[in-house]
Design a protein around this ligand. Structure first.
Ligand code: GLC
Length: 565
């Protein structure tokens, strides 16, 4: 038996801000949280880049869909070296996306619709355009300003070699040499792009600054923070060489050495301190870890009672589409978070991975591709969508909290034939054109089939080209259309809410090689991964299905069914 006991309370009321509060029930333990990637959601001014007023104008879509909260990827002032994950000022809005007043308006309007708002916090690195980094460059070696980052002398004759062998997650070395007094000087560490220097989290000013940034946004009314690269802030003190290629993922095996840049024990003290700040505010504010940490037992340490509230479950996202793999990851995830009393989270897509409607259309066992482009093996689009719909219905029936990524409710595939010249993800350049990167999952959303930029904005402009087939995925082609992916999501979210699935308990009924069946409350969920159709147990009333059943009522391959027995 697995499940989360999240407390009781059926009486609902609205607080002063209009948000629906359920006494005694912690909203985040069962919430469905919708990720908005602001560049690509809705463009109000026609410059081809989405913005905050665009989001505010489309909030009705989210309440109609039936989600509980939104998480906004970064909208802060930034040179956009990594699409805003290079923050130059943590307390303002980039003019690309609007003004600070637009953020306030978005938060207020979301709350008045009963939607919670989570913002992205990027503490591992700043932008190289951040005031602190400019000061560090100007102040020179040994200065206090350099202590806030990770500057080191190089190795070898004249310090011409980087201080260690670490690689950037985006490819190439994790160190860049600066010029000191007009000559080649020290090196600084950047686990990501050159424009994203890593902060030194041993420095008290760094710690104090982020406590203040937390308060800045908490005071503006946000419900929490998604913490970027939460497993990276603290590095092993000796910065020892790591003779492996760089990956954002920490070590898989619990007893094997962990990479010296990921998942160091020292990160936990930082989050305990942050938790105390959040707890000093009313209204159940939350911290969500973006920590690419395996195995799930190590990940669970981030959500101990005095640390973060949630952590993304990337092991689930990465699991193969087979009954044994899905059974194993679901069971292990529930056990690991139960052990620390935290809710489990589930996620299938985000702005860093190939969309699941395409990922699942690749042969089972394909290693996680870092983007797909012209000339690469192309996914089977129909198979991918069929499996994606089945995977989504399976996910939304699990107890815990689920994350959706904008566009997945339309069944959007990855843009798998994006011209390489259009690519903007630094991964493409830094990997020497060997990794396509993440642009294919970031293409602006189609809202209206027959409008310019498919309704993304008032003009044809779109910062990444939308594929010609986008019209068929547009919201207005799916809204009210029985069987559409949009209506599949809406019905699933309504039933999930009505049946309290997020706060339920999972009992496995069947976990074979081809079929998984579990019960959550009065709902039974069956996914058929096998080649042959299988019967629905006699007398069962089908409530929802990811695709039509056979004429004789059997469940075909790659279909999930929710039924009441
Ligand atoms: C996280 C973000 C990703 C970004 C990276 C560096 O993994 O999700 O988009 O590139 O951190 O900030």
């Amino acid at each position: 038996m697995h499940g989360s006991n999240t407390g009781e309370g059926s009486e609902h009321h609205r607080d002063a801000a209009g948000t629906v509060r359920r006494p005694g029930r912690r909203w985040w333990t069962e919430a469905v949280i919708y990720q908005i990637y602001p560049r690509s959601f809705a463009d109000s001014d026609g410059d081809g880049i989405g913005d905050l007023p665009g989001i505010t104008a489309r909030l009705g879509h989210l309440t109609e869909l039936g989600v509980d909260a939104v998480w906004l990827s970064p909208f802060y002032p930034s040179p956009q070296a990594d699409a805003g994950y290079d923050v130059a000022d943590y307390r303002d809005v980039d003019p690309l996306f609007g003004r600070l007043a637009d953020a306030d308006k978005l938060i207020a309007e979301a709350r008045s619709r009963g939607l919670r708002v989570i913002v992205d916090l990027v503490p591992n690195h700043t932008s190289s355009a951040h005031r602190w980094f400019l000061e560090a460059l100007a102040a020179g070696p040994g200065s206090p300003a350099r202590q806030r980052y990770v500057f080191r002398d190089g190795k070898g004759p004249e310090g011409a070699e980087p201080p260690n062998d670490w690689q950037s997650v985006f490819g190439g070395p994790a160190w860049t040499r600066v010029t000191d007094d007009g000559h080649p000087g020290q090196w600084y560490l950047h686990l990501f792009d050159t424009g994203q220097p890593d902060l030194n989290w041993d420095h008290p000013e760094v710690r104090a600054e982020f406590l203040d940034i937390l308060r800045f946004w908490l005071d503006r009314g946000v419900d929490g923070f998604r913490v970027d690269v939460a497993h990276g802030l603290v590095k092993q003190a000796d910065l020892a060489d790591w003779h492996e290629p760089q990956e954002i993922l920490s070590g898989k095996e619990i007893d094997k050495p962990r990479p010296p840049m990921w998942d160091q024990d020292g990160v936990h003290e930082i989050y305990r301190e942050w938790r105390r700040v959040l707890d000093s505010y009313d209204g159940e504010r939350v911290l969500v870890a973006e920590a690419w940490v395996e195995p799930v037992e190590r990940l669970a340490a981030y959500v101990r009672p005095d640390e973060m509230h949630q952590a993304f479950n990337f092991e689930y996202l990465l699991a193969a589409w087979t009954a044994p793999a899905q059974y194993a990851v679901i069971t292990r995830s529930l056990e690991a978070t139960d052990a620390v009393g935290a809710p489990t989270t589930w996620v299938l897509s985000n702005h860093d991975v190939v969309r699941h409607a395409s990922r699942l259309g690749l042969p089972i066992g394909t290693v996680r591709p870092n983007g797909i482009g012209i000339g690469d093996e192309q996914p089977d689009a129909a198979l991918g969508l069929r499996r994606a719909r089945a995977a989504t219905l399976l996910m939304l029936a699990l107890p815990g909290s689920a994350y959706l990524y904008q566009g997945e409710e339309l069944g959007l595939p990855e843009h798998t034939t994006l011209p390489d010249e259009a690519r903007q993800d630094p991964t493409w350049e830094r990997s020497g054109h060997t990794l396509r990167g993440r642009d294919g999952c970031r293409v602006p959303i189609p809202w209206e089939a027959d409008a310019p930029s498919y309704g993304f904005g008032p003009t044809d402009a779109s910062w990444l080209p939308q594929p010609p087939l986008w019209a068929e995925y547009a919201l207005d082609r799916q809204r009210g259309v029985p069987g559409s992916t949009y209506e599949l999501y809406r019905t699933a979210l309504r039933l999930r809410h009505e049946h309290g699935l997020g706060r339920g308990t999972l009992f496995w009924l069947e976990s074979g090689d081809e079929v998984l069946t579990f019960r959550n409350g009065r709902l039974t969920v069956l996914t058929n991964f096998g080649d042959a159709s299988v019967p629905v147990p006699g007398g069962a009333e089908v409530l929802h299905a990811s695709a039509p059943l056979d004429e004789d009522g059997r469940v075909p391959t790659d279909v999930t069914v929710w039924f009441r027995s």
